[in-house]
Ligand binder design. Structure first.
Ligand code: NAG
Ligand code: NAG
Length: 303
């Protein structure tokens, strides 16, 4: 009898030791505490720990296998579906965009909390200028509002902000805020939020070509020396330590890159969930990461 009590108490202690950290971690990430999520989270953390151990064993010679099993270093997101989300609920377009913006901030925070240190957002494409004036103005106002309200968070969490794209049409007030945010966060090195406004992949490649041509004309560079590395340094993503995304997520079921990162996504895993962006919550996000890890295991052999 005494032995039974002993065994039961040992089993309970072990369970408590496992469950308490999981509860604390999921609370911090504000992930809903369902059994499925806990399991997913344990899997993610376990595979990260695996990687760390293997890296520690043989630092400097990280094998392909280890690289594949990691969390992505850079996640790029095309947020799509705000308008359809609003329509389905009988709401106005602007309410859809507001819900999308709130979701965007939550998801970016989750990313950083999980240890994904570079996040880029295709927030406004060059083609988006063609939308109704009201909608464009509303979106620009949203950028201003959130850049302003999240500034304290960027600072406290040491997140570097970079805005990429063609800045000519952006209003003076938004430009001022962008410059301020970039200036205030430029020395942070670990976490990086890249916001693409009036960005287009072709535009990026073109401006890089023009810059290289200019340098060649002025004798600053030899044509023979132009290679992928040199090109990469001219692209707007040169602001990041990890310029090429490992995982690109586009919500709402559309399966197109739509002129986002063209050069940069040559080897990116592409994930197209059917949910509309404002519905893309923590559970969907964890699902994307789990998909990525499985994908990496199965199709990792690439050059
Ligand atoms: C940036 O946008 C402006 C306004 O649409 C356009 O005139 C300009 O050509 C663009 N810049 C580049 C380098 O394409
Ligand atoms: C990155 O590219 C921009 C042009 O897009 C250029 O002005 C800047 O100097 C480059 N930065 C680095 C570190 O090469």
């Amino acid at each position: 009898m005494e032995q039974m009590v002993y065994i039961v108490s040992v089993v309970f202690t072990c369970l408590a030791l496992l469950i308490i950290p999981v509860i604390i971690i999921t609370r911090r990430l504000s992930v809903h505490l369902s059994f499925k999520n806990i399991l997913r989270f344990i899997k993610l953390v376990a595979s990260q720990l695996d990687d760390e151990e293997e890296n520690n064993e043989e630092s400097g010679t990280i094998g392909e296998e280890d690289k594949r099993r990691r969390l992505p270093k850079h996640v790029a997101i095309i947020l799509d579906g705000n308008r359809r989300w609003a329509e389905k609920r009988g709401l106005g377009t602007s309410e859809g965009h507001q819900a999308g913006a709130r979701r965007l901030i939550e998801n970016a925070k989750d990313c950083f909390a999980m240890g994904i240190n570079t996040v880029s957002l295709f927030a406004f494409s060059t083609e988006n200028w063609a939308r109704p004036e009201d909608e464009v103005n509303g979106l620009m106002a949203l950028f201003e509002k959130h850049l302003r309200s999240e500034m304290a968070f960027f600072r406290s969490d040491k997140i570097k902000i970079s805005v990429i794209g063609n800045r000519t049409k952006i209003s003076q007030s938004l430009l001022g805020l962008i410059t301020e945010a970039e200036e205030a966060t430029k020395n942070y090195e670990e976490k990086h939020l890249i916001i693409a406004i009036d960005y287009s992949g072709r535009f990026d490649i073109l401006q890089a070509c023009k810059s290289l041509a200019e340098k060649a004309k002025n004798g600053l560079i030899q044509v023979e020396d132009i290679d992928e590395d040199v090109m990469e340094k001219e692209l707007m993503t040169n602001c990041s330590e990890f310029p090429n995304p490992d995982l690109l997520i586009r919500t709402s079921g559309e399966q197109r890159i739509s002129n986002f990162f063209l050069w940069q996504s040559a080897y990116t895993e592409l994930y197209f969930p059917n949910v509309l962006w404002p519905d893309f919550g923590e559970a969907e996000y964890l699902e994307a990461l789990t998909w990525y890890q499985q994908r990496q295991r199965r199709f990792g052999l690439r050059v």
